[in-house]
Write a protein that binds this ligand. Structure first.
Ligand SMILES: Cc1cc2nc3c(=O)[nH]c(=O)nc-3n(C[C@H](O)[C@H](O)[C@H](O)COP(=O)(O)OP(=O)(O)OC[C@H]3O[C@@H](n4cnc5c(N)ncnc54)[C@H](O)[C@@H]3O)c2cc1C
Length: 481
């Protein structure tokens, strides 16, 4: 099967899609992958020029256990299931993941008194491996921790994962199984009307949607609204008005790889009503993250970092891991959580609209993505989509971006077969010509040098592309059709 990935021009004509997923973030890509298991005509449409260009590219990259979710909530269940599913999928598909564990650190008596309650909450959430640690054991485990910590709750299964490879793996697998991916395709309006059922197979009666997109019309019987920050606006285009998304900005700082040895676990604060708070965490790329902040905004595009935000993070970081602040900062970034004024996901089927809305996936969507996808597919089934018999998806093996696993420049076998894997282009991140070439010719190629960075790490290191930028751009431009 020839993969269908379109990036410009009019959308290809043809039969009405059975399902169209709006939004190619980690959630939409996971849904498309799940639907790819069934004999359906499925489209994934994304406004930007790449997969994972929205909130999904700018998070804290933690594969949560869900120990601190609201017990009994949909989010608690989907995070718990999603963690199990994604941990297994990551291992099988080459997505870097490291089970470093988390320590939830108490810095005063009030916080220490909350730890047993958090342990009990973890138990209610089905997580039974949590354990309370005294100060001595805590400092034995994290010797560089700032002074004054009184104890901690250990959650050994919290893990770090590559946030970029995950949606890309989903999309790659979906496309290889026949899903049509249309990039640069913004949905502008949606009209729903009757449908004769003449141009597709199963259960076509009932109606169809006509999407007006920036690349022309698209017809589909069912819709999945996975538009993240814009899910409320997509719903309104269908006459649904059940929630409003308020972007909640989280700013983060990335510290140089020399800081990596300072920290062994994900260091979490004791959560408050305002949110999970500021953490220090290693990344699978070998850096250390400090963040995020939490600030409600009006503007769904404001991913700027701010002086106040960075100052706030420095103050918090100095308390948690003082030596971290002596290290160089490699990058700063911000992501926007899709807050909706409700502490649970807003996933809802609308039978009369033949649509499922996947809204309010704020802080845990990376972790829960595969479980959300299975849940959404079940809801589509429940509102009349005849799924058909599922089949195995073709396996995918993603290029390894993680420091804990052998990178191509270290692999004599690979270099022996192809010297391009021994030719370094980005020296900070040790990215080779072979990896860049592979990314540029992949099933879902990058739409920009930034997309290439997320596929290879080229330009993401301490010089931020100052040295390799021109060479990387030349390779990118040279591969453009
Ligand atoms: C600071 C921060 C830290 C986080 N940390 C973690 C973490 O450690 N672990 C974790 O599991 N989760 C974390 N999250 C949450 C996670 O990143 C999100 O839940 C997840 O990325 C949401 O994915 P999504 O696909 O719903 O949204 P998005 O990634 O925003 O995707 C939605 C897509 O829809 C597209 N779109 C919108 N409108 C249209 C339209 N009209 N037509 C076509 N396409 C459209 C957008 O371009 C976008 O690509 C964090 C989030 C933030 C902000």
């Amino acid at each position: 099967m020839t993969p269908t990935v379109t990036t410009s021009g009019d959308l290809p004509g043809g039969a009405t899609y059975d399902v169209t997923v709006i939004g190619g973030g980690v959630v939409g890509a996971a849904v498309a992958r799940e639907l790819a298991k069934y004999p359906l005509r499925t489209a994934l449409v994304e406004a930007r020029d790449d997969i994972g260009e929205g909130t999904s590219k700018a998070n804290t990259a933690i594969l949560h256990t869900g120990f601190d979710a609201v017990p009994g909530s949909l989010e608690a269940r989907l995070v718990r299931e999603g963690q199990r599913l994604l941990a297994g999928y990551a291992t099988g598909s080459g997505i870097p993941v490291e089970r470093v564990g988390a320590l939830l650190v108490a810095w005063d008596e009030e916080q220490r008194a909350l730890l047993p309650g958090l342990l009990a909450k973890a138990e209610r959430n089905g997580y039974h491996a949590g354990r309370l640690l005294g100060a001595e054991e805590l400092y034995g485990r994290e010797p560089r921790l700032g002074p004054g910590a009184l104890g901690a709750l250990e959650i050994p299964d919290e893990s770090i994962i590559c946030p970029w490879t995950t949606p890309l793996a989903y999309a790659t697998q979906a496309v290889r199984a026949g899903v049509h991916l249309h990039l640069g395709c913004r949905v502008l309006s949606i009209e729903s009307g009757p449908y004769s059922g003449s141009d597709t197979g199963s259960g076509a009666a009932g109606g169809r949607h006509t999407l007006t997109t920036s690349r022309g019309p698209l017809h589909t019987r069912y819709l999945v609204n996975a538009a993240g920050l814009y899910a409320d606006e997509i719903d309104r285009r269908m006459g649904l008005d059940t929630f409003t998304v308020t972007p909640r900005r989280g700013e983060l700082m990335v510290f140089d790889k020399l800081a990596r040895d300072l920290v062994r676990h994900i260091l979490l604060p004791v959560p408050t009503a305002a949110g999970k708070g500021v953490l220090v965490a290693p990344t699978v790329f070998g850096n250390v993250l400090l963040g995020p902040t939490s600030e409600e905004l009006d503007d769904k595009t404001d991913t700027d970092s701010s002086a106040d935000g960075l100052h706030f993070l420095q103050e918090k970081g100095r308390r948690i891991l003082p030596e971290l602040l002596d290290e160089e900062v490699t990058a700063v970034y911000a992501g926007l959580r899709a807050a909706t004024g409700q502490e649970d996901y807003r996933i809802q089927a609308h039978p009369d609209r033949r649509c499922v809305t996947v809204g309010g996936i704020r802080s845990t969507g990376l972790t829960a993505s595969m479980a959300i996808a299975a849940h959404v597919t079940g809801l589509l089934d429940g509102i009349g989509l005849d799924l058909g018999t599922p089949r195995e998806l073709p396996a995918v093996t993603m290029p390894n971006l993680g420091e804990a696993f052998p990178r191509p420049y270290l692999r004599a076998d690979l270099i022996g077969r192809d010297p391009a894997y021994g030719t370094i282009v980005c020296h900070c991140e040790r990215v080779t010509l072979g990896e860049i070439r592979d990314a540029l010719s992949a099933t879902v190629p990058p739409g920009s040098p930034d997309g290439l960075r997320r596929r290879t790490r080229a330009g993401g290191g301490r010089c931020q592309g100052f040295a390799c930028g021109p060479a990387v751009r030349a390779l990118f431009e040279g591969a453009r059709p």
